[in-house]
Structures are given as C-alpha cells and as structure tokens.
Design a binder for this molecule. Structure first.
Ligand code: GLU
Length: 449
C-alpha cells in the first residue's frame, strides 16, 4: 500500500495537470492536501477508494450566458457559473459572487473551500459556489435588477431548496438576493428555502447579515482565550468594508477592542481614535460610496490610496483580512509580525497566501483560517434553511446564541484535530482534517459515486 504522502502527491500531480491554469483553485487544493497526508496514513481504505481524486473533481459545473440590456439600451453579455462541488453531506450550499475577477478558477477554489467549511459548521450542507464576472460597481438599481433576473433565468434550472441553495458573497447582498428570489418565484413558484440571506419580510433569518462578521470575532475570541488573552483593550486592522468587515468591526467594538483601519479597493483609512461605525455603515450600506469619503467627516483620519503602503503596515494587535483572496502576502505578514500582531483571523475566503500563512505559523502568531473562522455566515444560512423548512422565525438572540456556539465548536474541533494529528496549534491543519473526516466518512458510506 502506498504511503499517505505518496498518494496525496500523486493526486496533486493529476490535479495540476488537469487544471493547469486554475491558479487559485490549485492554491486552495494544495493547502488542503498538505494537511491531509497523515489522515491517509491512518485511513488507508480512503486510498483504496481513491477518495481524494473523486473529491477534488466537482460533481458538476454549469457555465452559462447572461445577456442583459444596460441603461443606454446597449446589449451586454456576461458569463455565469454554478459549481456543484460536493453533495456528500447535504445539498450544495454556497454563495454567488458578482465581480469582474470571477472565472472558473475562482468559483472552483471557493466551492472547494466551501465543502470543508460547511462540514465544519456541523450542519447538513454540501459545497457549492457560483457567480459572474459582472461588475456591479457604478451600475444603476435597474441594471442590477435586469442582470440578476437574466442570471436567475438560467440558474433556476439547476437549484432548489433540497438540491442547491445559493446565497450572497462579494457583490451579492440583500438587494441582489431580493431580485434573484423574485425572479426564481416567477419562474418556479414560491419555494422559500431556495436562497438564503433573504430579507426579513420574506423568510430571511435575523442575524444572517451580521453572521460572518460576528462569527470571525467569536472565533478570534476563542483563539485568544486558548492563549490566556482577551479581545478587550486590543487594537485591530479590518481590511474590506463590505458586510463581513462592517459586522466584524461592530462586534469588535462591542467586545472592547478598537478597529483602527478599514479599506476598499480604492485604498484604506487609518483612524487612530477608532473607526466610526455609523459613518462606515452610512457610506457603504446606504450611499455605496468610496471609503476615501470617510476623511471628509473625520479630519484626524488618514486615507492612503491603493498602491501606497499596504493596510498591513499599520501597528495593531489583531488583523482581520475581510476583503478578498490573496490580499495579504508574505511581506504583509512579515510587517504584521514585526509590529507584534498576536492573532490573525480570516473573514474573507483565502485572503492570505500560502507563504503568508507559513510566516504566521513560524512566528507563533495565532492564525484562524477562513474555512473555520468565516464559517459563521454559511452556518446561519443553514439556520435560515431550518427556519424556512419548519415555517418558524427565531429571535435575534436565539440565532446569535447558536452562531456563537457553532463558532466555539469549530474552534475546538479544529484545535483537537490538529493535536490528534501531531500539529498542535495549527488550525489550518486542524480545520482541514476536521472538515474532511465527516465528508470522507459520508462519501465512503455512499459507495463509488
Ligand atoms: N459566501 C459566504 C461564504 O463564503 C456564505 C455562503 C452561504 O451563506 O451560503 O461562506
């Protein structure tokens, strides 16, 4: 029988060969594969079942044309995707991303991550992801509506409350989910549980909006606790200024930490006195303005345009990358380490490069990987599905309480798995293994499918 190391290496070679140009996908796969070597030594039957090669091949990828008409009457075309990666433990579940960078590699990396993340939540949800290279920036409400209606006109053929349940991601928030839901209903009839992240008036869950941001802070709280530290009194950098960043900032402030910087693609704002959350919400949730406008209200804050010093050069105790993939590289990690950062928790998906993660581990920084630390959003999506199925609505406190419990469990399961597989303190290894084991057992029980 081949060793775990040889098996994993041989599958990775095939994956590289077959997906040669899918850089982000290969990055996500490499990180998981590195963690899983000892698992295959312990469970050689998974080698016999060639489980890894099956898992890394999406069950299905749908790619489709999205034609729409802009406000000037011009016909535009974008490309839409849905990757249905794994239904081993439940219906495909994962968000939709609307951003010009979206391509097959991006949706595959996100869908792959989602398998393990969703498994870690303890909820019965499989992994999927989708989106389009449509750029919502600068589009009118009507353009957004026409685009999302066209997108759903194809997507509805592939999804359903018990098969595949999309939600939001970058560029897809409450407004877009509303339009998507409206169009689905028109095409297929009322099926409440087909999307999550819905508005509260038509089946959404309280605390879903806050869930990813709150969850990443609950996770960081556990990481600090295991080292005898707490959030109160700490300073933090939160990159991004979307839904995850805003609610991470809200929870950090509530728990006595101070966020001193936030960003968007135009640059970042440093505000030593602490980020003004009401202003941030008004700029981003109401006005959809650039973050540079922040300094118009606070003259003691400093705006640094993109291309200048990175946000990670700021001195702070904690770092929460909540913007996008590969936003934090090895140099950024070194700058944070030099400035004495004690914990990093990922709110975005795969925001740190592999080298950045290695640098954090080497320096002994507590590091919470995305698939564990940002699982709060999809966890509450699963709670939204549960409420929809039982035709009930839980209170904010009830959902938030469950979220906190889920994040605490994810932390402990990841820490325990790391320790059991000789990687104490390495939550990347722990999260990958803990997420994988449940999926592997389910796959193994269901035969060669
Ligand atoms: N897009 C979010 C994520 O990366 C949430 C997905 C969901 O709620 O289905 O996990």
């Amino acid at each position: 029988m081949v060793s775990g190391k040889a098996y994993v290496a041989s599958v990775f070679e095939k994956v590289k060969e077959q997906n040669a140009h899918e850089e982000e996908f290969l990055q996500a796969v490499e990180e998981v594969f590195d963690s899983l070597v000892p698992v295959f030594d312990q469970y050689p039957q998974y080698i016999e079942e060639n489980l890894l090669e099956r898992l890394v091949e999406p069950e299905r990828i749908v790619s489709f044309r999205v034609p729409w008409v802009d406000d000037k009457g011009q016909v535009r075309v974008n490309r839409g995707y849905r990757v249905q990666f794994s239904s081993a433990i439940g219906p495909y579940k994962g968000g939709l991303r609307f951003h010009p960078s979206v391509n097959q590699s991006i949706v595959k990396f996100l869908g792959f991550e989602q398998i393990f993340k969703n498994s870690l939540t303890g909820q019965p949800i499989g992994g999927g992801k989708g989106g389009s290279n449509f750029d919502p920036k600068g589009k009118s409400d009507l353009e957004i509506m026409r685009f999302t209606q066209s997108f759903m006109t194809e997507l509805h053929k592939h999804i359903g409350p018990d098969t595949d349940v999309p939600a939001g991601d970058i560029g897809v928030g409450g407004r877009e989910i509303g339009y998507l839901f409206g169009q689905y209903k028109r095409l297929k009839g009322y099926e409440n549980g087909v999307l999550t992240g819905k508005g509260l008036t038509y089946g959404g869950s309280l605390a879903r909006t806050e869930a990813t941001g709150y969850g990443v802070v609950y996770f960081a709280e556990q990481m600090l606790k295991s080292r005898g530290q707490e959030l109160a009194g700490k300073t933090a950098i939160v990159s991004g200024s979307g839904n995850v960043a805003i609610y991470a900032t809200e929870k950090l402030h509530e728990l006595g930490a101070k966020v001193v910087a936030v960003s968007d693609s135009s640059g970042y704002v440093y505000h030593e006195a602490g980020i003004d959350l009401d202003l941030l919400k008004d700029l981003k949730e109401v006005k959809r303005a650039r973050i540079s406008a922040y300094v118009d209200t606070h003259s003691d804050a400093v705006f640094t345009p993109a291309g200048g010093d990175s946000i990670w050069t700021i001195k702070a105790d904690l770092a929460f990358p909540c913007a996008t993939q590969n936003e934090l590289n090895e140099d950024d990690a070194k700058a944070l380490i030099t400035n004495g950062v004690s914990a990093v928790a990922e709110g975005a998906n795969m925001p740190s490069t592999l080298k950045a993660v290695a640098a954090f581990h080497e320096a002994g920084v507590a590091f919470g990987p995305a698939k564990a630390a940002n699982a709060g959003g999809v966890a509450v999506s699963a709670l939204e599905m549960a409420q929809n199925s039982s035709r009930t609505a839980w209170s904010f406190e009830e959902v938030d309480g469950k979220l906190k419990e889920i994040m605490t469990d994810i932390y402990h399961h990841s820490a325990e798995a790391a320790e059991a597989f000789d990687a104490k303190g390495n939550l990347v290894v722990g999260a990958n293994i803990a997420g994988f084991l449940k999926v592997a057992e389910a796959m193994s029980a269901q035969g060669i499918v």
